[in-house]
Ligand binder design. Structure first.
Ligand code: 5CU
Length: 383
């Protein structure tokens, strides 16, 4: 394996292996895959905000199609590799896309996680140096099954962490029942790639959004980042980072709005007499601020699409060495191109590359770190 001097590493890139698609195809409630007579591709319907359009399309054949087309970009390894080559991506760290295994019955989750993680391992093994992956946990299963799944992941040579949603075991990531899982991940040096799925309640987007007037903009642009922000703020307030100091988290979409709102979170803690006393730090130690937690235990991806957001993410991390490039492929393919344009150059990728170049200087050492060097170091790639 020839390791390039300046590899480009995509740490935010998803796939749905065939085993997962067959589960979705057998379902009547979201997440599901459904065919419609007016669509050449089956439709992938994932989000609660897509339920109104799904219901409409099931009763009215002329209504706009719900969800997104399930194209080869979501499922095919050759399509992923072709996308990487077209965009000069040396190595991808694959992950199952949302909503992972969050919806499975407890007695099925363990075996499904085993099957899906094994499937990712064999995809990665078939392309040495080009592919690694973040595993998936069977969070609806009993604790011992979840811990066994973590042990399984430690035996898979291409696994570099896990992808996790914000619901945890059903009560969010500040749930004390998660501490043994966080500890096991920390002990196994498996960072958590935290990714949103649930967004905000549909009601906040209003009836015009429910009627499809604004497409996916509000849930994806605003609901997703707020979800991540709230999940991490809850972990911080509950003292999870102090309880498991070796835990490392990589936050999707540059940490949601954390880089922008960390100061406000910190100020609200500081001005809450009861809380600041309670969070005083263990064994007389000083309380760590949200800024310190961000600089000691948190990494951010660089999927933010603008120079302004990227600069905030760099500042929040205390420098460019906590930021890692990503694409969010296969979401956000080019639109308005005959056939969907998935085989061309993706504007969504270009926006994130441009943001790095503009914020850090094209060709600079810092840009190189964000584009790949940091991922190689943090995720122990090519070892
Ligand atoms: O377009 C979308 O809905 C999504 C999604 O569901 N997950 C993701 O990672 N990005 C976009």
């Amino acid at each position: 394996l020839q390791i390039p001097i300046s590899p480009v590493v995509d740490i935010h890139t998803h796939m749905y292996p065939p085993e997962y698609i067959s589960i979705l195809s057998s379902r009547d409630t979201i997440p599901l895959v459904r065919t419609f007579p007016s669509s050449p591709d089956p439709r992938l319907i994932l989000l609660e905000s897509e339920i109104p359009s799904l219901e409409l399309a099931l009763t009215d054949p002329t209504a706009p199609l719900p969800g997104r087309p399930l194209t080869k970009s979501f499922t095919s390894l050759p399509a992923k590799l072709a996308f990487m080559s077209r965009h000069n991506i040396t190595t991808s760290v694959l992950s199952l896309a949302n909503p992972w295994l969050d919806f499975l019955p407890p007695d099925e989750a363990g075996a499904t996680a085993h099957e899906i993680n094994t499937s990712f391992e064999s995809m990665c093994a078939s392309e040495p140096g080009r592919l690694y992956f973040f595993g998936t946990l069977p969070l609806t299963a009993p604790l011992e099954t979840i811990l066994a799944s973590i042990t399984h992941l430690t035996t898979l040579p291409h696994c570099r962490g896990i992808i996790l949603g914000t619901s945890g075991l059903g009560s969010g990531l500040d749930d004390p029942s998660l501490l043994p899982i966080f500890s096991a991940l920390a002990t196994s040096t498996l960072p958590i790639f935290l990714h949103p799925h649930y967004g905000l309640p549909n009601a906040v987007y209003g009836p015009r959004s429910a009627a499809g007037e604004y497409g996916h903009v509000l849930p994806l642009a605003l609901g997703f980042p707020m979800e991540t922000t709230i999940a991490v703020a809850r972990m911080f307030l509950a003292g999870v980072f102090d309880a498991v100091p070796e835990l490392r988290m990589i936050l999707a979409h540059s940490g949601g709005t954390l880089p922008f709102l960390a100061g406000r979170i910190e100020s609200c803690v500081l001005h809450d007499a009861a809380l600041v006393g309670k969070m005083g730090g263990k064994e007389g130690k000083r309380r760590r601020t949200v800024w310190e937690v961000l600089r000691e235990q948190v990494y951010l991806d660089a999927v933010i699409y603008s120079e302004v957001g990227l600069k905030a993410a760099v500042e929040a991390g205390g420098g460019a060495d906590r930021l890692m490039f990503g694409t969010d492929h296969p979401f956000f393919p080019p639109v308005g191109v005959e056939g969907g344009g998935e085989d061309g150059v993706w504007e969504s990728v270009g926006l994130n590359v441009q943001a790095v170049d503009k914020a850090l200087g094209e060709g600079s050492e810092e840009a190189r770190m964000v584009m790949g060097g940091n991922a190689v170091r943090v995720l122990r790639l090519f070892e």
